[in-house]
Design a protein around this ligand. Structure first.
Ligand code: MD3
Ligand code: FE
Length: 223
């Protein structure tokens, strides 16, 4: 991402915590507040390099809905969707070329975060890059396109804050609202791995490193 200048805006969630903390959400789900802060600029630099090769795009769901979140991928596999369904592919359908390589700083952070949550040896083969602009949202869903659901998913939030929706094993379960800020990392494994989740519509704002956007990285073992 290009570093963008903007007037400082109050960060609703600035009170967070320091990078040492691990906050259990429930069995299998651990928040690591600010863990990615020291590497944030490096990560965004790496993301910009990926997006230069595999640009962000608004995917269409099998239901015919165009997603408000813009997406791309890096790593051996990438998550994609079109009218025929969701799947992981080895090549970018836009270019026909392999997805860009997973940058080392991203792979290292994902591995360290997973280890802190008790998942040693996490070796993701897919990283989905989600970019939210004001109003973009992700409705409640499960992530179940990955082959081995015993492997966790590691998520990294960068840029503007968002409200994450954390539900249960059924779509109808009550939903908690969890603020996620720049630098926060969450590991989702064990019983939490198949829980419904989503993201509320992003509020407008301006972040010194990402401008008017929120970037979320999710590291997955897809194969
Ligand atoms: C809990 N992304 O890409 S990250 C997704 O902020 C996705 O862009 C959101 O949901 C985002 O699929 C949320 C947190 C997250 C990601 C995957 C999960 C939580 C999860 C998979 C299982 C359980
Ligand atoms: Fe998800």
């Amino acid at each position: 991402m290009r570093a963008e200048r903007c007037a400082a805006t109050p960060d609703l969630f600035a009170a967070a915590a320091d990078a040492q903390d691990t906050v259990p959400l429930e069995p299998g789900a651990v928040v690591l507040p600010g863990l990615a802060l020291p590497q944030a600029e490096q990560l965004l630099h790496d993301v910009a390099g990926v997006l230069a090769q595999a640009p962000l795009r608004h995917l269409v769901t099998p239901g015919g809905y165009t997603m408000s979140v813009a997406m791309s991928n890096c790593g051996p596999l990438g998550w994609t969707s079109d009218i025929t369904g969701y799947r992981y592919t080895a090549t970018d359908p836009l270019s026909g070329r392999p997805w860009p390589a997973l940058p080392a700083a991203m792979a290292t952070l994902a591995r360290q975060a997973a280890a802190r949550a008790g998942f040693d040896g996490f070796t993701p083969d897919a990283c989905l890059i989600n970019q939210y602009s004001a109003g973009a949202r992700l409705s409640l869903h499960q992530d179940r396109d990955e082959h081995d659901l015993r492997q966790p998913i590691v998520s990294v939030s960068l840029g503007l804050p968002a409200v994450f929706l954390w539900g249960g094993a059924r779509r109808s379960a009550p939903v908690r609202r969890i603020p996620l800020s720049h630098g926060d990392v969450v590991v989702w494994g064990g019983p939490a791995r198949l829980h419904y989740h989503g993201v509320l519509a992003l509020k407008g704002g301006c972040h010194p490193l990402t401008g008017e956007h929120r970037i979320n990285l999710t590291f997955r073992c897809a194969s």
